[in-house]
Ligand binder design. Structure first.
Ligand SMILES: *Cc1c(COP(=O)(O)O)cnc(C)c1O
Length: 394
């Protein structure tokens, strides 16, 4: 347990120390990996006390494990949230939170630009269970307000969101829910707690695909949700029933990955801003979508609710063929989906992830022929720029 009041320490100190525990039995400076399914009780009374809730000790790893608890505690501290829970993936976190908050007959107001699997979850699965979604341009607070119905239970935001890095004003939208039982749920994956803290802005739950910036090294899939205890405590009940838990080894990797979050995010941000400015002036590039550019239509909102702009952007080249050619000519960047990795990752949705989608549907989803997604890594920025430049000119 902590000897410090973390809220009095600097943010980078909190990143390193929050949730970190020295192993009491060996003095091990790093927490061992508790790779165990179950925990042994000393006697029947202890077993009864643990299941009865009077003894907080561990019982069974679906019901809690030291590695996932340490991780949840760290991320909750970084978002100034009361409580956190770990999940087996970002989608496990999103679906479990939403299953918990909703029942049939309820209504979601959701951003019209969302991560693909989240869109499918609301559009197919929740519809099947009698939950309807209104898709709204959440960059316009008035449109969000107009979409709220008497049965609305969740306003679901992802900000910034692919492909145009469109943003939602978390504070203004949260204000709309004052005095109601509507919860604001924010997918904070793109910014990480380092650059954006939705709970401070009035949201009720903040979710991460920990696979991205939190892990940071492209070696683990995981999800984390943080928020107020009155939501998170009963959510733990839903997690126990649905069972999409994170394993101890993945929690260990994420705890280690997060300890360098501050230095990685600073470098991602610095590199991405330089890359975005370079691309904006490149003759082969039609448009760049990055919140850190003054040309981004919501640059002022980005400056207001984020303390940096992150490492992820999209840009548009002149044609489908050009997009494919850039993919086939990059040498340093990895052709891969995902984001938030120390490596620069690049992908051309029209010829790769969305190639099977008919063009009209694809374009309606914002995936135009020349759109390229770029997650800028922490390499030397001159090398990233030189690689993109030669690929664009090839
Ligand atoms: C990757 C991602 C997800 C899904 O996370 P997984 O860990 O792959 O399940 C959700 N939201 C956003 C914004 C993402 O980038």
């Amino acid at each position: 347990m902590s000897k410090h009041d973390f809220n009095k320490l600097g943010y980078s100190t909190r990143i390193v120390h929050a949730g970190h525990k020295v192993d009491p039995s060996t003095g091990s400076h790093n927490m061992p990996i508790y790779q165990t399914s179950t925990f042994v009780f000393e006697d029947a009374d202890q077993g009864a006390a643990r299941f009865g809730g009077t003894d907080p000790g561990y019982k069974y790893s679906r019901l809690g494990n030291p590695n996932t608890d340490a991780l949840a505690e760290k991320v909750a501290a970084l978002e100034n949230a009361e409580m956190g829970l770990c999940f087996g993936s970002g989608m496990a976190a999103i679906s479990t939170v939403m299953f918990h908050l909703l029942q049939s007959g309820d209504h979601i107001v959701a951003a019209d630009a969302l991560y693909g699997a989240t869109f499918a979850l609301f559009d197919k699965t929740f519809k099947k269970y009698g939950v309807e979604t209104s898709w709204v341009d959440t960059s316009d607070v008035e449109k969000v307000k107009a979409a709220i119905q008497p049965n609305t239970k969740v306003i679901y935001l992802e900000t910034p969101a692919n492909p145009t890095m469109k943003m939602a004003d978390i504070q203004a939208i949260s204000e709309l829910t004052k005095g109601t039982d509507i919860k604001v749920v924010v997918d904070n994956t793109f910014m990480s707690p380092y650059f954006q803290r939705p709970i401070d802005l009035g949201a009720h739950v903040s979710i991460h695909s920990a696979t991205k910036y939190l892990g940071g090294h492209g070696d683990v899939v995981g999800g984390i949700a943080v928020g107020y205890a009155d939501i998170m405590k009963p959510l733990f009940g839903t997690l126990k029933e649905h069972g999409p838990i994170m394993g101890p080894f993945d929690a260990f990797l994420l705890n280690r990955g997060i300890s360098t979050l501050a230095v990685r995010m600073e470098q991602h941000n610095k590199n991405a801003l330089a890359v975005a400015k370079f691309l904006e002036n490149h003759p082969e590039v039609v448009e760049v979508y990055y919140p850190g550019l003054e040309s981004h239509p919501q640059h002022d909102l980005a400056r207001k609710q984020m303390s940096g702009f992150g490492g992820t952007m999209s840009f548009v080249v002149k044609s489908f063929e050009k997009g494919k050619s850039v993919m086939n000519n990059v040498k340093l960047a990895h052709l891969a989906v995902s984001l938030g990795d120390v490596h620069t990752l690049i992908q051309h949705p029209a010829s790769m992830t969305h190639a099977i989608m008919p063009k009209p549907e694809r374009e309606a989803a914002g995936v135009t022929d020349g759109l390229i997604r770029l997650s800028v890594g922490i390499e030397n920025v001159e090398d990233i720029i030189a690689d993109l430049d030669q690929a664009l000119r090839a």
